[in-house]
Ligand binder design. Structure first.
Ligand SMILES: *[C@@H]1O[C@H](CO)[C@@H](O)[C@H](O)[C@H]1NC(C)=O
Ligand SMILES: *[C@@H]1O[C@H](CO)[C@@H](O)[C@H](O)[C@H]1NC(C)=O
Ligand SMILES: *[C@@H]1O[C@H](CO)[C@@H](O)[C@H](O)[C@H]1NC(C)=O
Ligand SMILES: *[C@@H]1O[C@H](CO)[C@@H](O)[C@H](O)[C@H]1NC(C)=O
Length: 421
């Protein structure tokens, strides 16, 4: 009895000492939190590793710019003694119980099975039939690689095996990952917003995605390790008309290939260009894709690039041997998304962001046809964001971005100290 009492009192404080010495709660002295980020070569998604709950459950989560929160699979085997459900009466985080109010009659309580609990809908765009999965909104301990977040962090807990025959909650995500980490534009639950209110730092973050599964990129939260010179371009990101939209839109006025405007018929694409880390390659509306590919091919052939049969889903592919190299990246026609014609602000897409090697002989233009039905004119996908810095400042709605680090600065996302130039 005595020894078990001793255990009872000693153990938690020993653990506390341990965990606080291993992982402090203070905001890092560097001025930013770093999330090392990896590329999954099979899906071309980007993911990071975090820990949740007590005991600490380590898990990989897919980086999702436009998701409203961190959500994870708290399946029937999952439990955490530090979990606190958000009550349906919480007017801040459960206003009007918009996402429902759930009870878990009789069953033993655990995350995802508690009473009077605010609902949370997890969206998985890779599960086509029903992209929404109902779960609970809860608070629990969150461990990021450098810090243990000192307040309970709000996130969505979705019990994947609640009902048999349910669609797969984690369908289409990187193998072994347990959910998504949301950076949504308009959400109080998004990671940079919660970090900002917990630590009183600017709600901003920067992504620097790796371009190879062998290297590690970084997401920086609350601050950044580089100077403003490293991110010379500056443009506002548009406020979406829909206040529930968590997407990051910018205004693209035109696309140029080697300085020549691609002529697009119809109403064009003004105001409907967004960034998506869940899109592996950029997707262009059919009315933009066709003239874009045609013009690219014309310029490519003028450079003696030899067109070969296209490999799906790409619309234009070339014999790899017919493509030269410049500073180590494919030397191909330059693509510019013109963001501000007068100020000369362009999102430049050079060979390492525009060409993808589909096999050792063939390289394809890394853009995909979205067809006529797609709502968004241009979705700038992950491939077109790799090895460049994109900094989203939510306090000012300003996006700062660099061009290709490899080509212009000989830096890379896997080496933060190379980012200061
Ligand atoms: C790109 O994403 C689509 C949709 O998730 C997937 O089917 C495809 O395999 C991915 N392609 C690559 C090369 O990763
Ligand atoms: C989960 O853990 C809590 C606290 O440790 C415990 O009270 C509860 O019974 C556990 N639930 C299940 C289903 O094991
Ligand atoms: C987009 O809007 C800008 C002004 O906001 C205009 O100059 C440009 O021609 C428009 N582009 C298209 C394709 O409609
Ligand atoms: C880039 O840096 C590497 C070493 O870090 C060097 O070998 C290479 O020559 C550099 N390339 C350019 C284009 O400056």
């Amino acid at each position: 009895m005595a020894s078990s009492l001793l255990h009872h009192f000693l153990l938690p404080s020993v653990l506390l000492l341990f965990s606080s010495s291993l992982c402090a709660s203070q905001f890092p002295k560097s001025g930013y939190i770093t999330l090392p980020t990896k590329l999954d070569p099979l899906t071309h998604q980007y993911y990071t590793s975090i820990g949740i709950g007590t005991p600490r459950h380590n898990m990989n989560l897919v980086i999702a710019l436009d998701q409203n929160a961190l959500w994870y699979d708290c399946d029937s085997h999952y439990n955490s003694s530090s979990y606190t459900p958000v009550s349906c009466d919480d007017s801040t985080y459960c206003p009007g119980q918009a996402s429902g109010c759930f009870n878990c009659h009789g069953a033993p309580h655990k995350p995802g099975c508690t009473d009077n609990t605010c609902g949370y809908y997890a969206a998985n765009p890779f599960v086509n039939a029903t992209p929404f999965f109902s779960g609970d909104l809860g608070k629990d301990l969150l461990y990021l690689p450098q810090v243990k977040i000192p307040r309970r962090f709000l996130s969505g807990c979705v019990v994947s095996d609640l009902r048999p025959n349910m669609l797969p909650l984690l369908g289409g995500l990187v193998k072994g990952s347990k959910g998504m980490l949301g950076f949504g534009r308009n959400s109080n639950l998004a990671l940079p917003i919660q970090i900002s209110s917990i630590y009183n730092v600017i709600p901003k973050f920067a992504i620097c995605l790796p371009s190879s599964e062998k290297s590690i990129g970084n997401v920086f939260i609350g601050g950044t390790p580089y100077g403003l010179n490293s991110v010379p371009n500056r443009v506002a990101f548009a406020i979406p008309a829909d206040p529930d939209s968590n997407e990051y839109f910018i205004n693209v006025n035109s696309i140029k290939i080697d300085g020549q405007v691609v002529k697009v018929s119809g109403k064009g694409f003004n105001g409907t260009t967004k960034f998506s880390t869940l899109s592996n390659f950029s997707v262009l509306h059919g009315s933009i894709y066709k003239p874009f590919v045609k013009d690219f091919v014309t310029h490519a052939e003028a450079m003696k690039m030899k067109r070969v049969e296209a490999v799906k889903p790409f619309g234009a592919c070339f014999d790899g041997k017919s493509i030269g190299r410049k500073n180590g990246v494919p030397d191909v026609p330059g693509v510019s998304l013109v963001l501000d014609e007068n100020q000369g602000v362009n999102y430049e897409i050079n060979g390492h962001n525009s060409m993808v090697e589909v096999n050792k002989d063939v390289m394809c233009l890394a853009f995909v046809d979205g067809g006529k039905e797609t709502k968004t004119g241009i979705v700038i996908g992950g491939y077109q964001m790799e090895d460049r810095i994109l900094e989203f400042d939510l306090s000012t709605s300003i996006l700062r971005f660099s061009n290709s680090l490899l080509l212009h600065y000989n830096a890379s996302c896997s080496n933060p100290s190379s980012l200061n130039f």
